[in-house]
Design a protein around this ligand. Structure first.
Ligand SMILES: C[S@@+](CC[C@H](N)C(=O)[O-])C[C@H]1O[C@@H](n2cnc3c(N)ncnc32)[C@H](O)[C@@H]1O
Length: 350
């Protein structure tokens, strides 16, 4: 037994358990508008914040103490005031910030809720259907991914594709397959009013949410949503098909690739956005890989195993596996168009 290694591990556990204990605390701060109030009103004492947020001051003092100990906000002993710094506000209060984290905390809560179903599936080898996950895992997923799409999709991912932005400006037909709650399609429909967008997803309540989002953002004229699987959606003649963080969730991603290829015009483009990962396990043994392997075990693998074929690529499939799936579907070229620290953006051409 090496004492130094043991102490290092114990130190890591303190941080890990502190993070896990923060899930409920952060979600309370979110639900009760505590971060928003601190962001909007600036530094406050516990009593001032309790009044503004209309919450009990004794509970709030404990919450503020935890948040200060977590470095999620700052405590100033001389004035007794609590402050959300500009950087902390980017994580906890500003929804369009590229590093807004509240969706990630919702997602962590979903993983905990999924434990009994996934644990059973470990024994049977069966899957858990997307629609059978409890709570609002779907809302958590949508909220988790939205800031990334908001900050990257129109400004950098679409321009990284050959000739696509020109087509979108002129008026293109676009399908967003596995669209979930529809944020990606809504963002594109807003940016390119001459183009028509249709989102497909096999989960009816996600499609209902996507329709509501399109309505709320005033893009119902050029963005519509239909319940369909990635292998049986009806539309065709698309200039662009997009798949955001969903190909690896599908049971038969190669079958989906083949159907998507048939739905494209001969000069069309398929944009595949997937979590960034190395091709070997040893390349992904880092904090991002750690989070994605957990999400993959609890959501992505069970979702895929609940469908036909059950390829279960996992959320850290890696570029080589993704390319193989895409070319199996009949695409002739696949190019890494761009990437972020969390995503790889592949451009596939028929
Ligand atoms: C991780 S979510 C991503 C949703 C959305 N694209 C986003 O980025 O927010 C995966 C989505 O794929 C959908 N999905 C999984 N398998 C599918 C299939 N075979 N056909 C259609 N949709 C599928 C799920 O319903 C879910 O909405």
């Amino acid at each position: 037994m090496d004492e130094t290694r043991l102490h290092t591990l114990i130190g890591q556990m303190l941080g890990d358990l502190g993070g896990a204990a923060s899930i409920a605390m952060v979600r309370i701060g979110d639900a009760l508008g505590l971060y928003r109030a601190l962001h909007e009103h600036g530094s406050m004492t516990c009593e001032e914040l309790a009044k503004i947020a209309a919450v009990n001051a004794r509970y709030l003092r404990e919450w503020l103490s935890h948040q200060s100990a977590s470095n999620y906000l700052m405590y100033e002993p001389a004035s007794g005031k609590f402050t959300l710094t500009a950087e902390q506000a980017m994580l906890f209060a500003i929804e369009n910030s590229p590093v807004y984290m509240l969706g990630a905390f919702d997602l962590m809560a979903s993983l905990l809720e999924a434990q009994p179903k996934v644990q059973r599936a470990f024994k049977t080898g069966g899957g858990v259907e997307w629609g059978d996950f409890g709570g609002c895992m779907f809302c958590a997923v949508a909220r988790f991914f939205r800031p990334g799409y908001h900050n990257n999709l129109v400004p950098s991912w679409l321009p990284a594709l050959e000739g696509v932005v020109d087509k979108l400006n002129q008026g293109a037909a676009v399908a967003d397959v596995g669209c979930g709650h529809g944020w990606s399609a809504v963002l594109m429909a807003k940016a390119f009013p001459n183009s028509k967008f249709v989102g497909y997803d096999f989960h009816p309540s996600s499609i209902a949410q996507a329709r509501e989002h399109a309505q709320a953002h005033g893009v119902s004229d050029n963005a519509s949503f239909e319940v369909a699987t990635a292998k049986d959606f009806n539309g065709g003649g698309f200039d662009l098909v997009t798949c955001f963080d969903c190909l690896h969730d599908m049971g038969d991603p190669a079958g989906a690739a083949a159907h998507i290829r048939r739905s494209l015009k001969p000069d069309g483009t398929w944009m595949v956005v997937e979590p960034l990962a190395g091709d070997r396990l040893e390349d992904n043994l880092n904090p991002v890989g750690r989070l994605y392997y957990a999400g993959s075990t609890m959501i992505c693998v069970p979702t895929s195993l609940s469908q036909e074929v059950g390829a279960a690529l996992g959320a850290q499939a890696g570029e080589v596996t993704l390319r193989n799936v895409i070319t199996e579907g009949g695409f002739r070229t696949v190019r890494r168009a761009t990437e972020t620290p969390f995503n790889i953006i592949l451009e596939a051409r028929p």
